[in-house]
Design a protein around this ligand. Structure first.
Ligand SMILES: [Fe+2]
Length: 906
């Protein structure tokens, strides 16, 4: 050990306090065996502490369902030798008992206080981490420091800890499958979604690897967390063993309450069970591939209207609290299921034997998720907002436009200009009578014409590929259109109505043009529904999965690998990565994988992720992901506006709730980050605190560009924001925070409201829209005649059938949930910043966010916005930062339709 410095006192007495808890277990923590050492910040010497006067008090944690949970607050005292000048870090070892199930502890808080004179002080260590049994962990103090400002005694520890997290430590080699307590963050390609048959000719999971690996590879993609699982000769990662969950480091794993909320396993089970359930309980006829009528679709939600007798009978067996079914109620209800339904459920779930009447279901299925499935089948799903008291409105031209500005995919509407006219080859005759008396030229020059492009990428390659696959399948239905929708903004009312739809047929490559003037009403209605299915696919695969989930993962990995926990940027950004690695790993194993839920509901089927990859390669630019830059790139805000700030009156697309509310949130983030970063950095080029002198920060950003997002090339220098000063760092970090928080909230939590009602956003198109064929006497013929003869039947036949509709509904219901332990922008959260200055900045941010919410509430009430307040409008609540006024209840299952979690966590 090096010689002690500073104080010459005879040692000091320190009082320690730890807030710890275990994983979800009924076992109580009593007094755990924890060894603690201080690391001197000047010398780096370690001093083992011998705790005395140890006490342990129960610490009540948030409940999970009806389960109470407790951690422990452990206190003790220790003498530190006089050599210790100042503890800069703490080493912790949890010596777990072999007879105990508690093999790791979560450290939420660790403080040390000494009252010994003259160095009376308190030290808080930044923990918020799991400590696995037998593993020595280091926690630095919460005082943030740039690399050059690291206390000399901690420099080596800082670098060693980062090397370990990168897998460079010889003790944590970056080889072999990760498991359990491993804490290694590395990158990998998406080779875990399928496999080239994996040697089994009966398997149909042949999917390309996403992420360019060689000269022939063509599918760029963000990287994911490497798990080290075995790779086969074709480069595919070994599939997960049945019944296992993907590995992520303990610090990334959902807490128990989150696990309870997100369970996709029932969605699989529903695949088999749904067919029987739908056909028998929801009035589908004549077979389960077809909804008989709009009212049959609505029966999924409505108890008051004519509920099919079988479902009513089951409902009558349960109590009046459909989401809170006890074991007994479930068992009785299950017994009341038609035999075929029970059989389907049991086959799918692998139940070994018929259900004994006396046996609790919980033990039979041994799985909470299965109970959820049954609850889901029995539940009265809430009426989706898009339909609730708007039985006709959802079909209107204006509503399609309103949803482009205030629905769950407000990211694709862009200004129509001359380039658009050249690409689409649309001319004045196509818009005759549709522009409120304006000429096409005037509409373009006055910026009242907008469009959504669902042709580029989709129509150019994916749609024909999908169609070939579909055509190969025997009796397969499915028709993968691509196209564009054109919208006119009324100069007086600012209403945005869809006026023209261009659809490209995948098999013939012919373009069909539809408009309310050119097309029969029945055909126009069908064209809008088919067009909305393109919006639905782009929403889920691009705006949601690609642009939030997949995009954020490399940022999260790089932050762990390159920024020390001591780094102020690590402490600022960590809330924005909470649970992202876990939700993505789960999604890759159950949602977007070969044969997963996503493929099973969208027309693009096995090509869904390839579509996502091609869009990433063709269009994704980091610098356009922040809100002002995104609005400018789409031409809906003035082009010369500042990328850090756009005024609402600079919006060219008017009455655009997503942008108007989003700018309030964006501005609050920018103001907070700017204040925070100026505490630690200086723009003085000669200063050690200049961003360019920060080695960790530069390595971090370089690695994001060259490893995590290595396929997003900076060809014209317009993909990445140059890191040159504090403002550019604010923009970089605010863009990441925006993607993980508000962007995700805007696309995620309104999914049930808009997509649960299938006709509004069908995921699947089964047939082409009939051509307008007539005989010599002008009478409709062929499919057109059939459509006109039985409009409801043929309209619904073109869209998702009951099974897909039910699966979609369950998917969006799961994804629209807020978990009990969600942390919201501007709300109470895990304490990552312990620096008092940083805490003050955060407190100010919380005030700004609360003010933003007040403004949004006022906008929804003041009657000025047609999109929010008209008889056909819907209040835009998706960017209300808090979710508090509508608490999560068993009845709404967390679907509050509001609240901005800090991170992509579901
Ligand atoms: Fe999500």
């Amino acid at each position: 050990m090096a010689a002690a410095t500073a104080t010459a006192t005879a040692g000091s007495t320190w009082a320690l306090e730890m807030h710890i808890h275990a994983d979800y277990t009924s076992e109580r923590i009593m007094t755990p065996n924890i060894a603690i050492s201080f690391v001197d910040e000047s010398s780096g010497d370690e001093y083992e502490l011998h705790l005395s006067k140890v006490t342990s008090a129960p610490w009540q944690l948030p409940m999970v369902g009806s389960e109470e949970r407790f951690g422990a607050i452990v206190t003790g005292e220790a003498q530190a030798p006089a050599d210790l000048s100042q503890p800069g870090a703490c080493l912790v070892v949890f010596n777990h008992n072999l007879w105990s199930k508690i093999d790791r502890l979560y450290f939420a808080k660790l403080t040390a206080i000494t009252k010994s004179q003259p160095q009376a002080r308190a030290v808080s260590f930044l923990t918020n981490s799991w400590v696995a049994g037998g593993v020595k962990r280091i926690f630095f103090t919460g005082q943030p420091s740039l690399p050059d400002g690291t206390p000399p005694g901690l420099m080596e520890a800082r670098q060693k800890e980062l090397a370990s997290l990168r897998g460079e430590d010889p003790n944590t080699e970056d080889e072999g499958p990760r498991s359990g307590a491993d804490r290694i963050y590395a990158y990998d390609v998406y080779n875990d979604l399928g496999g080239a048959g994996q040697g089994d000719p009966n398997r149909h999971d042949d999917r390309p690897i996403l992420g360019i690996q060689g000269p022939d590879a063509k599918l760029p993609y963000p990287r994911r967390l490497r798990t080290g699982r075995k790779i086969d000769t074709n480069g595919y990662e070994a599939h997960l063993a049945p019944g296992t969950t993907p590995w992520v480091p303990y610090d990334e794993k959902f807490f128990a309450s989150k696990q309870d909320s997100f369970s996709v396993a029932p969605l699989y089970a529903i695949g088999a069970a749904a067919s029987s359930v739908v056909s028998q309980l929801f009035g589908a006829k004549p077979d389960i591939n077809q909804f008989a009528s709009f009212s049959a679709v609505e029966d999924l939600f409505s108890r008051e209207s004519a509920v099919p007798a079988a479902k009513q009978d089951i409902m009558n067996r349960i109590d009046d609290n459909p989401f809170d079914l006890g074991d007994e109620a479930l068992r009785k209800a299950y017994k009341g299921f038609p035999d075929t339904v029970r059989q389907a459920v049991e086959e799918q779930l692998g139940s070994p034997s018929p259900v004994p009447t006396w046996f609790p279901l919980k033990f039979l299925f041994r799985n909470e998720k299965i109970l959820r499935l049954l609850q889901g089948l029995l539940a009265r799903w809430p009426m989706p907002q898009v339909l609730d008291q708007r039985k006709i409105t959802w079909q209107s031209d204006e509503e399609v436009g309103r949803q482009a500005k205030a629905g769950c995919n407000p990211f694709t509407i862009q200004v129509a200009d001359k380039t658009f006219l050249d690409d689409s080859k649309l001319g004045p005759e196509d818009f005759a009578g549709l522009l409120g008396g304006m000429t096409l030229q005037d509409a373009i020059s006055q910026r009242t014409l907008f469009y959504q492009d669902y042709y580029t990428v989709l129509g150019e390659g994916i749609a024909p590929q999908v169609q070939k696959l579909l055509d190969k399948k025997d009796k397969a239905v499915g028709y993968q259109y691509s196209g564009r929708g054109v919208f006119f903004q009324c100069p007086e009312t600012k209403a945005l109505a869809i006026v023209v739809i261009q659809l490209c047929e995948p098999d013939t490559q012919h373009w069909q043009l539809y408009s309310p003037i050119r097309s029969r009403p029945e055909i126009w209605q069908l064209a809008k529904a088919v067009y909305s299915s393109l919006d639905s696919a782009v929403h889920q695969l691009i705006s949601h999965w690609l642009k939030t989930h997949a995009t954020m993962e490399p940022f999260a990995i790089a932050t762990r690998r390159q920024l020390s926990a001591m780094h102020p940027v690590f402490q600022l950004m960590q809330p924005h990565f909470r649970y992202t690695l876990d939700i993505n790993a789960n999604a890759r194993s159950t949602l977007i994988n070969a044969g997963g839920i996503v493929e099973s509901i969208f027309t693009a089927g096995p090509c869904c992720m390839e579509f996502s990859a091609k869009v990433y390669g063709a269009t994704w630019k980091f610098r356009e992901q922040g809100l002002p830059a995104d609005l400018m790139a789409r031409g809906v805000a003035k082009q010369d506006a500042d990328e850090l700030h756009v005024n609402a009156d600079e919006l060219l697309l008017k009455d655009y709730p997503y942008a108007e509310d989003g700018l309030l949130v964006w501005d609050a983030i920018v103001e907070y980050f700017d204040m925070y970063l100026r505490m630690y950095y200086s723009d003085d080029v000669g200063s050690d605190k200049h961003v360019k002198k920060d080695d960790e920060l530069r390595s971090w950003y370089h690695e994001i560009q060259t490893k995590g997002h290595q396929d997003a090339k900076d060809v014209n220098g317009d993909c990445w924001i140059e890191l040159k000063d504090i403002s550019s760092l604010v923009q970089i970090l605010a863009t990441m925070a925006w993607i993980g928080s508000a962007h995700h909230a805007a696309v995620n939590f309104g999914q049930y409201a808009y997509s649960a009602y299938m006709p509004n956003k069908a995921a699947f198109i089964s047939h082409a829209i009939p051509r307008e064929t007539v005989d010599t006497e002008g009478r409709p013929t062929g499919p057109l005649a059939e459509l006109l003869n039985d409009y409801e039947y043929h309209f619904l036949r073109t869209l998702s059938g009951p099974i897909r509709a039910l699966k979609t509904m369950l998917l969006v219901k799961t994804l629209s949930n807020h978990a009990q332990d969600e942390e919201y922008l501007g709300g109470a959260s895990t304490e990552w910043a312990l620096d008092p200055m940083a805490r003050r900045a955060k407190a100010q941010f919380d005030v700004s966010i609360a003010e933003a919410e007040h403004t949004m509430i006022r906008r929804n009430k003041d009657g000025k916005s047609r999109a929010r307040c008209s008889p056909s409008g819907i209040p835009y609540t998706l960017l209300y930062p808090s979710t508090q006024t509508q608490a999560v209840t068993m009845r709404n299952m967390g679907m509050t339709g509001r609240g901005i979690p800090t991170s992509v966590s579901i």
